[in-house]
Design a protein around this ligand. Structure first.
Ligand SMILES: Cc1cc2nc3c(=O)[nH]c(=O)nc-3n(C[C@H](O)[C@H](O)[C@H](O)COP(=O)(O)OP(=O)(O)OC[C@H]3O[C@@H](n4cnc5c(N)ncnc54)[C@H](O)[C@@H]3O)c2cc1C
Length: 382
């Protein structure tokens, strides 16, 4: 067992860091407070080969590993936390499910512009009555001419405003076995957006309604029976979510460390107070432990999909560690940490959301406990 990065991984990580310092350092604070998707960053990253890092070369990707994509998130977030979302969208999100299960036509129509940084893809799983219990989803796909008719609605769909396509989980029939997915063009007749709302992070969302939306047969991604495969692909998204939690915790930690060295009170730098030194020691322990769990899940996946158990453990721990470290970093900066003049409070707000998004910490712990006891614990009443 070797806990060091390989020379190739170190070289890749350093090259992404140089890119980030050159192109993303300026404007990092403004980007964090802008609700719009940073399209300029997406195009720059496409040019740098940072979109589709772990996708197959024949699909237009770079043929790298999930670990490479994790390293890219870390390097980018250390300079510009908001830009790490672009690495997520171009590598870990529904783009991976599309690349994994899409047809040649899907890849030509949707994947190619995603990899050029021109578009984004959303995933619509959550519904008003189906959050953690996602398999309770009620959006239906019923036969309609040469395809299906979609009726239902989704909430909290990230990027849906400006997405080129929504990968929507839909019900072809009853039960978990009846769930599959379709690719919906948000400009299709029958797609409607509700009132705009903002998350605590500043990201905007709106309920998306599908009222008799016609989806041709060639835009069906996975038919009934596809749920397990979709969730297998979704574990990649969870890994990216874990990586961003850790990376933003680390970003806040680095700011707090510098602050503690420079800020003086009672005639001494803050770093000389033991009450704060122990905070830093605890932060460091959490960050290092989270990193080991994240790297285990990513490395073991190599070029495939990550293990559900290792991903659940990594995500639950990184989500918690990222938030706790960013929150402690804010405390170290005092009133300045609570102000929007530094990125620390942004890191706290973003990390808080990832404790809920992509499988909440509680739901992940349910899964981990099932592994511990080697049996399932049905959550449903009755
Ligand atoms: C920033 C952000 C981005 C998101 N992006 C997307 C997106 O792009 N696409 C999408 O489809 N969805 C997205 N979501 C939605 C997200 O997946 C859901 O919020 C999440 O699955 C939880 O569902 P819920 O909000 O309905 O909470 P609920 O399911 O109502 O849960 C409420 C609370 O109860 C806990 N809980 C529920 N059941 C159990 C149980 N059996 N055991 C223990 N605890 C339980 C939960 O952990 C939670 O703390 C996003 C959410 C956030 C915050």
């Amino acid at each position: 067992m070797d806990f060091r990065l390989t020379p190739e991984q170190t070289e890749f990580s350093d090259s992404v860091l140089r890119f980030a310092r050159r192109h993303l350092a300026d404007g990092a604070l403004q980007r964090a407070h802008a609700p719009e998707y940073p399209w300029d960053v997406a195009r720059l990253m496409a040019g740098q080969g940072l979109l589709g890092i772990a996708l197959r070369e024949e699909d237009g990707g770079q043929g790298g590993t999930l670990m490479d994509a994790v390293l890219a998130i870390e390097a980018v977030a250390s300079v510009c936390p908001r830009s790490a979302d672009v690495v997520q969208a171009g590598n870990f999100g529904p783009i991976r499910v599309l690349a994994e299960y899409g047809s040649a036509d899907h890849k030509a129509r949707f994947l190619a512009p995603l990899l050029r940084g021109e578009t984004v893809i959303s995933v619509g799983m959550t519904e008003p009555e189906a959050g953690s219990a996602v398999t309770d989803l009620q959006t239906t796909a019923t036969p309609d001419g040469d395809g299906v008719r979609i009726d239902g609605s989704k909430v909290f769909t990230s990027h849906a405003w400006y997405a080129d396509v929504i990968l929507a989980y839909v019900r072809f029939g009853p039960g978990v076995g009846g769930i599959g997915s379709v690719l919906i063009d948000p400009k299709s007749p029958g797609v409607r957006f509700g009132k705009r709302s903002s998350f605590m992070s500043g990201e905007e969302w709106a309920q998306v309604y599908f009222d008799g939306v016609h989806v041709p047969a060639d835009r069906i991604l996975l038919r009934e029976g596809g749920f397990k495969r979709q969730i297998a692909g979704f574990n990649v998204e969870r890994l990216g979510n874990a990586a961003r939690s850790l990376a933003l915790g680390r970003h806040a930690f680095a700011i707090a460390r510098e602050w503690a060295l420079q800020r003086r009170q009672f005639g001494r730098p803050l770093a000389e107070f033991q009450g704060l030194q122990w905070k830093f020691a605890e932060m460091k322990i959490k960050l290092d432990a989270a990193q080991l769990l994240l790297y285990r899940a990513a490395s073991n996946a190599d070029r495939g999909l990550p293990s559900p158990d290792e991903t659940a453990i990594a995500k639950a721990f990184c989500n918690q560690a990222g938030f706790e470290v960013a929150n402690e970093a804010l405390q170290v900066l005092g009133g300045t940490g609570y102000s929007q003049d530094t990125l620390v409070e942004y890191c706290v707000r973003r990390c808080r959301g990832w404790m809920i998004a992509g499988g909440s910490i509680e739901i992940l712990k349910n899964r981990i406990a099932e592994g511990v006891f080697g049996r399932s614990f049905p959550q449903r009443a009755g």
